[in-house]
Design a protein around this ligand. Structure first.
Ligand code: SF4
Ligand code: SF4
Length: 160
C-alpha cells in the first residue's frame, strides 16, 4: 500500500486554485456534473478530492482522471462549497509533473509539439491544398519551438 502524505492537502492549498480543498464535504455535485464521468463511471472528481485530503498522493498523481479532466468548469460552477475544482485539477497536474508523474499521453503530445512545433501534422500535401485555396504556404516544422522547450526547462519533464 502507498504511504499517506498528510501534508499533501496543504501543498495543494498553497497554490492558486487549491486554497479551498478542505471545504469539500463530499456532496458529489461535481461528480454528477462531470462529462468525463458520463463516459466512464470510474472517473470521479469527488473521489480524487477525497483521496487528496486523505493524503493518497501517489494514487492521485497516477490517476488517469486527473489528466482526462477537460477543465470544462461544470463542477466548479456548481460546487456549494466554492471549491475551485477545475483549477484544483490543474494544481494536481502541476504538482504531479514536478514530482515526475507526467501522464504518458501528455509526454507524447509535448514531444510531438517539440519536434514539429504543432499539435497536428502539417505535410506538403496540406500546403498543396492551401495553395489551391489561395492560402499562403505554412512551414511543416517550426524549429524555434524545440529551442523554447530547452530554454524554458520544459524539456526535462518530457525526457524519457
Ligand atoms: S461539489 Fe464541491 S463540496 Fe461537493 S464533492 Fe465536489 S468539491 Fe466537494
Ligand atoms: S472540470 Fe474536470 S472534473 Fe470538473 S466537470 Fe469538467 S471534466 Fe469533470
Amino acid at each position: 500500500m502507498d504511504e499517506l502524505d498528510s501534508n499533501f492537502k496543504y501543498e495543494i492549498a498553497k497554490r492558486h486554485g487549491g486554497e479551498k480543498i478542505k471545504n469539500c464535504f463530499s456532496c458529489g455535485t461535481c461528480t454528477a456534473s462531470c462529462p468525463v464521468r458520463k463516459i466512464d463511471e470510474k472517473f470521479n472528481p469527488r473521489q480524487i478530492i477525497r483521496m487528496a485530503i486523505l493524503g493518497m498522493k501517489e494514487r492521485v498523481f497516477k490517476s488517469d482522471f486527473v489528466w482526462l479532466c477537460t477543465a470544462c468548469y461544470n463542477c466548479q460552477e456548481r460546487c456549494p462549497q466554492d471549491v475551485l475544482i477545475s483549477d484544483l485539477m490543474a494544481v494536481i497536474k502541476n504538482l504531479a509533473t514536478e514530482a515526475g508523474y507526467i501522464h504518458p499521453s501528455y509526454v507524447q503530445i509535448a514531444n510531438f509539439v517539440k519536434a514539429s512545433g504543432r499539435v497536428y501534422v502539417l505535410e506538403d500535401f496540406d500546403n498543396k491544398k492551401r495553395e489551391k485555396a489561395g492560402l499562403p504556404f505554412l512551414p511543416t516544422k517550426l524549429e524555434d519551438v524545440s529551442k523554447i522547450f530547452e530554454m524554458s526547462g520544459l524539456d526535462r519533464y518530457i525526457k524519457k
